[in-house]
Each structure stands twice: as structure tokens, then as C-alpha cells.
Design a protein around this ligand. Structure first.
Ligand code: HMG
Ligand code: MG
Length: 287
């Protein structure tokens, strides 16, 4: 039997957060509900962050309240602090995701804090998740390249990944936030992280700005990773990372994995419909 590789769907959160046009809440709910029929084990739905920071996610509670939960799918939300955690819990999130940066420049831009201060702010979130029995996922951003500080040393990624593991994150997702990673730099980064963490605890989160995300998935597969984040239609980016394009497209990643003989378990008809829906939600190009 083909070996399973999980695609963790990010489109509704990492994808839509970067759209300037405010997308109507019912359209977001329709996208999540369609994705829920595609067979994903996990979908990241939204984020509970201050609306002043990411206006597109201001309707997080309404989106969570409106979705129809598919059996067999767990719904994740992103949160930067305890206030976001409590809102995520109230909204019935199955998984809470927290995030930190491997570079000081991006930490300042995205979290308004040093790496150390951002980790200190996340500690009570992790503690609350542990007490409540809520699954906790961690992200490390700018794992190969930072738009402010340049190349990221692999040991910086390993250090932040280990800190998130020590806090109680069951899985750490390694983010090439601006999609500038190359197979060699991703491989060197993974070698450093794998000194501390087994591949079963890691996920690859590769934006596709330079068209190298699938090549970066390949080196990660060779290192034993079996979970990858992706966004239908290749939606998104990060509003605080200049030049970042979307995550690798779910449909491209699924086709790539299938061609390599891996089983992703997704219904491709529904994926293609969801990709078309996601693209239609995109801001219309300027006339
Ligand atoms: P800050 O401005 O220093 O925070 O931001 P603050 O604590 O001073 O709060 C500012 C205001 O927001 C206050 O309101 C708070 O009450 C309120 P005011 O008193 O001014 O009226 N507030 C909140 N409101 C709603 N929900 C909350 C919340 N918390 C405070 N949870 C902070 C610090 C960390 C909050 C901010 O920097 C932040 O939210 N940053 C996140 C930005 C973001 O969402 N970026 C995109 C997601 S990360 C990403 O995409 C990368 C990833 O995909 C992986 C990869 O690709 O690398 C995960
Ligand atoms: Mg991202």
C-alpha cells in the first residue's frame, strides 16, 4: 500500500489573510465547508488576531460558528496570545496553532516583540492548552530567509523549534514564509532541526514565491517529513512579509505526491472545485 502523506489545508487562513478585499463571511464558510468534503484530516480555518493587524480575519468567530464540521476533520485556528486562545476555545477549535519567528527582524514586524518575548507570551497559551487538553501546533517562520535579516542560520530555527516543542507543541511546522528557500538551504535547516526533533513531529510549510516549493517538499520527504501545509488555489502570503506569495497550491502538491507514489487520500474533484472557488475569491486585478 502507498505510504500516506498528509496535506494540511491552510487556504482559509494563510490564504485568505493576505487578500486586501474583505471577503464576505458566507464565502469563507462555503470554502471551508467544501474543503471539509475533500477528506482533509486537518484544516486551518482562521486566526484570532487583532483586527487592526489582520482585518481579513476579523470575522473569525462568525466563520467558526458557521461552518459545518465534517466528521474525521479537525479544525485549527491560529492565535498569537492568551486572548486569542480563549476566543479560539470559545469558538470550538480542535487545534490551536501558535507561531514564532526564527529571525528577530520578522519577529518584530509580525509579532511586535523579540523572539524571547514572543515565546514568553506564548508560554501561558501552551499552559492553558495543556490544562484544557487542546492539541497545540507550533509554527516557526522564516526558516531559510527573512525579508529583513537575510539568510536565517539553521541553528536559529532549531532553537525556536525546540522551544515550541518544550512548550508542548505536538507538531512544529517549518515555514518558508517568503518562499525563497532552496533545496540546499531547506535541507541544511532540516538537518539542524532534526538533531532535536524526530521527523514525525515536523511539517513543511513552504510558500511558492520562487516556484521551488515542490523541490523543497522533495528534500523534506527524503528527510522523513510526512506532513505538508498547502493552500487551495495557491492562495495567500503573509501581510507582514513583503513579497511573500501563497503557500504551495494544494492541487499541485497532491498531484506531485501522487506522481511520486504517495497516498494523500483527498478527493481531487472537490479539490479542483475548491481551488476554483478560492481563486474566484481573490481580489480582482486592478483595472
Ligand atoms: P500588539 O499591538 O503589540 O498587541 O500586537 P497588544 O497586546 O498591545 O494589543 C493591541 C490591541 O489588540 C489591544 O486593543 C488588544 O486588546 C487587542 P486596544 O487596547 O488597542 O483596543 N488584542 C486583540 N484583539 C483581538 N484578538 C486578539 C488580541 N490580542 C490583543 N488575540 C500581537 C501583538 C502579537 C497581538 C500582534 O503582533 C499580532 O497579532 N500579530 C500577528 C499578525 C498575523 O496574524 N500575521 C499573520 C499570521 S503568521 C503567518 O502567516 C506565518 C505562518 O503562515 C507560517 C509562515 O508562513 O511562516 C503561520
Ligand atoms: Mg504561511
Amino acid at each position: 500500500m502507498a505510504e500516506r502523506v498528509e496535506i494540511f489545508e491552510m487556504g482559509p487562513r494563510d490564504g485568505l489573510q493576505n487578500e486586501r478585499r474583505l471577503i464576505p463571511t458566507p464565502d469563507k464558510i462555503a470554502l471551508v465547508d467544501l474543503l471539509g468534503r475533500a477528506g482533509f484530516a486537518r484544516i486551518e480555518v482562521t486566526s484570532f488576531v487583532p483586527p487592526a493587524w489582520v482585518p481579513q480575519m476579523a470575522d473569525a468567530a462568525q466563520v467558526m460558528a458557521g461552518i459545518a464540521r465534517a466528521p474525521g476533520t479537525r479544525y485549527a485556528v491560529l492565535t498569537p496570545n492568551l486572548r486569542g486562545y480563549h476566543a479560539a476555545r470559545a469558538a470550538g477549535a480542535d487545534i490551536v496553532a501558535i507561531f514564532a519567528s526564527a529571525s528577530e527582524g520578522f519577529s518584530r514586524a509580525n509579532l511586535n516583540a523579540t523572539i524571547a518575548d514572543s515565546l514568553a507570551r506564548l508560554a501561558p497559551v501552551a499552559e492553558a492548552a495543556r490544562a484544557d487538553g487542546v492539541a497545540l501546533r507550533g509554527y516557526v517562520s522564516v526558516v531559510t530567509d527573512c525579508p529583513f535579516d537575510g539568510p536565517t542560520p539553521p541553528y536559529s530555527v532549531a532553537r525556536v523549534a525546540a522551544a515550541l516543542r518544550d512548550m508542548g507543541c505536538s507538531e512544529i511546522s517549518l515555514g518558508d514564509t517568503i518562499g525563497q528557500g532552496r533545496p540546499e538551504t531547506v535541507d541544511a535547516m532540516l538537518a539542524a532541526v532534526l538533531d532535536d526533533l524526530p521527523p514525525e513531529r515536523l511539517a513543511g510549510h513552504y510558500h511558492d514565491t520562487a516556484g521551488r516549493a515542490l523541490a523543497n517538499v522533495d528534500v523534506s520527504l527524503a528527510r522523513g517529513l510526512r506532513v505538508f501545509d498547502a493552500a487551495v488555489g495557491g492562495l495567500g502570503g503573509c501581510p507582514y512579509a513583503p513579497g511573500a506569495a501563497g503557500n504551495v497550491a494544494t492541487e499541485a502538491l497532491a498531484a506531485h505526491l501522487a506522481a511520486r507514489g504517495f497516498d494523500h487520500g483527498l478527493d481531487m474533484d472537490i479539490i479542483h472545485r475548491a481551488a476554483a472557488m478560492a481563486r474566484a475569491l481573490r481580489e480582482a486585478p486592478d483595472a
